[in-house]
Design a protein around this ligand. Structure first.
Ligand code: 2NE
Length: 270
């Protein structure tokens, strides 16, 4: 096993073996919620995998039995997710683009929670293999956030408009079997078989023509590439929203372990 010599990685574990690069989110004390550094490191790892001719598949996963629970609410300030210098700066929009554009399939290997922005990550991946204890869902409207970019449009492409709206409006959680039944997950296996099954899917892909796989991915993407403009507007809107009292109430309620009280905020009629 080759372990990339990138000792500066704190928030992810990045490994490469047998044609597969694995990017594993590693902040288990917050169930692998991400901060700006996590996203920066993931971008670096994805770029390494992109330019490594020996890599044919990227697996995105999380450490300690969870996939990812989205943005770390504990470092979310008034203008977004603060980096170590206190500046709001989260490159999640670039990460979404990179997962889509890397000319190799990206497989989400999901155990435990895939929630909020962590759910959007698996949605954007080419394929998802889940353990039978995986849990899926969006939380944005509960915690004063949203992803109205690919998190809305591409999700709706996968599960249909009604189901996508249900997922975002109700913020319910869904089992692995429910996710599979709505087309959100390719395969569900017992937890102890998750690694083996993912490795099998990787081997099957690696045995195929890399050029054919690359252009198939580009072909699938082409249908939704128009979403980039939407994504830029949507993520910009989220950044602006984060400066509001309404968004702050969502975040604060989560941190205080209480239900949010959005009653005083207007349902703007225009
Ligand atoms: C995932 C969920 C449902 C799990 O609940 P439970 O009860 O099983 O665990 P618990 O106790 O909530 O979580 C364990 C510890 O992890 C922290 C918790 O605060 C807790 O820490 P302590 O109280 O022990 O100190 N934790 C979990 N998720 C965290 C997070 N995202 N940020 C910070 N700390 C987190 C439950 O934990 C949950 O609902 N988590 C929040 C999910 C969420 O709302 N994520 C953000 C959505 S917004 C987003 O990701 C986003 C976006 O919308 C747009 C752009 C970028 C990002």
């Amino acid at each position: 096993i080759y372990r990339a010599d990138m000792p500066e990685f704190e928030d992810i574990i990045y490994t490469k073996a047998d044609g597969v690069a694995t990017v594993s989110m590693n902040r288990p004390w917050v169930l692998n919620a991400f901060r700006p550094r996590t996203i920066d490191e993931m971008l670096e790892a994805f770029h390494d995998a992109w330019y490594d001719d020996g890599i044919g598949v990227v697996v995105l996963t999380g450490e300690k039995s969870n996939f990812c629970t989205g943005g770390d609410q504990k470092i979310r300030g008034q203008g977004g997710y603060n980096d170590e210098s206190g500046t709001p700066r989260l490159q999640v929009r670039n990460l979404h683009r990179t997962i889509r554009e890397i000319p190799k399939p990206v497989i989400a290997k999901v155990d435990g929670y895939s929630i909020g922005g962590g759910h959007v990550l698996h949605v954007i991946c080419d394929l998802t293999i889940a353990s039978d204890r995986a849990i899926f869902g969006q939380t944005g409207p509960k915690v004063g956030s949203f992803d109205a970019g690919f998190g809305a449009m591409y999700l709706a492409r996968i599960v249909g408009e009604k189901k996508a709206r249900e997922i975002w409006y109700l913020c319910d959680q869904y089992s692995a079997e429910e996710a599979r039944d709505m087309g959100l997950v390719n395969k569900v296996v017992p937890r102890e078989q998750l690694d083996e099954e993912t490795a099998l899917w990787c081997r099957k892909i690696l045995a195929k023509s890399p050029t054919a796989i690359r252009f198939m991915k580009a072909g699938f993407n082409a249908d939704t590439d128009h979403g980039y403009g939407l994504q830029a507007l949507a993520h910009g809107a989220t950044s602006l929203f984060y400066t509001s009292d309404e968004a702050t109430e969502g975040r604060t309620a989560f941190l205080e372990k209480r239900q949010p009280d959005f009653a005083k905020y207007r349902r703007t009629p225009w």
